[in-house]
Design a protein around this ligand. Structure first.
Ligand code: AP5
Length: 216
């Protein structure tokens, strides 16, 4: 299976991708996570990407397409992939289509996660992330047992630099202008399904699971 999760910042792409990976055994390809690892490790890619990420803008297509291609050519991608946060532009969508056609592993399904704007802002401004293992929390809806400390690995939690309210607004605007047109792109390919992701995490996953298992 080659599954693309589309949706605005805070729609739950990362949260649902992790659950899909556990359930279906796919590779989780998150370009956001890959970029953050590069930023943390101080690589040249991380240095180039950081300014774009911190201001809520997209990193240039050629940098992103290159890291995705390298991952898809690797052995881990053979078992199928859930794409989280990629593609986000027309150029990325066309590049991915060409690459997957060459690899004879075309996209199976594109799922658009839909959440209203107010909830997106609440989710992102309350999000905290573990500095050790990357586990996501939310100050209200998914707090850790001990404030500021990861339940899983005991590392401190932090707020992502791009989760400040003004940057969140920029990210939502960039999504609207650059990524929303992909709904039409995949709709024309008859690969698009829409899921109400404004419900709880478990309920959303149940709906996704039904869809992926061919139940609706
Ligand atoms: P990335 O990390 O991909 O950020 P994003 O797309 O803005 O998405 P988020 O991670 O913020 O949200 P999400 O939908 O994954 O939601 P999550 O599950 O975390 O990218 C960051 C930056 O990197 C980009 O801005 C760009 O600069 C760059 N970049 C990355 N990919 C790129 C690309 N392809 N091209 C160019 N640049 C790229 O959930 C959010 C919160 O909500 C959490 O607190 C969670 O607990 C909570 N939550 C989730 N689901 C629910 C639910 N159902 N009910 C209640 N709360 C929920």
């Amino acid at each position: 299976m080659q599954l693309v999760l589309l949706g605005p910042p805070g729609a739950g792409k990362g949260t649902q991708a992790k659950m899909i990976v556990e359930h279906f055994g796919l590779l989780h390809l998150s370009t956001g996570d890959m970029l953050r690892k590069n930023v943390a490790a101080g690589t040249p890619l991380g240095a180039q990407a950081r300014t774009y990420m911190d201001s809520g803008q997209y990193v240039p297509d050629q940098l992103i397409n290159a890291i995705v291609e390298a991952t898809l050519l690797g052995p881990d991608a053979q078992r199928g992939v859930v794409f989280d946060g990629y593609p986000r532009t027309g150029n990325q969508a066309q590049t991915l289509d060409k690459l997957l056609t060459r690899l004879q592993r075309p996209i199976t399904l594109v799922v658009a996660l839909e959440v209203n704007l107010e909830d997106l802002v609440k989710r992102l401004s309350g999000r905290r992330v573990c500095t050790g293992c990357g586990a996501p929390y939310h100050v209200k809806t998914m707090p850790p047992l001990q404030a500021g400390v990861c339940d899983a690995c005991g590392s401190p939690l932090e707020q992502r630099p791009d989760d400040q309210e003004d940057t969140i607004r920029t990210r939502l605007d960039v999504y609207h202008r650059q990524t929303e047109p992909l709904l039409d792109y995949y709709g024309k390919q008859r690969k698009l399904r829409r899921v109400d992701a404004g419900q709880g995490i478990e309920r959303t996953f149940e709906n996704l699971q039904r869809l992926l298992e061919g139940g609706q």
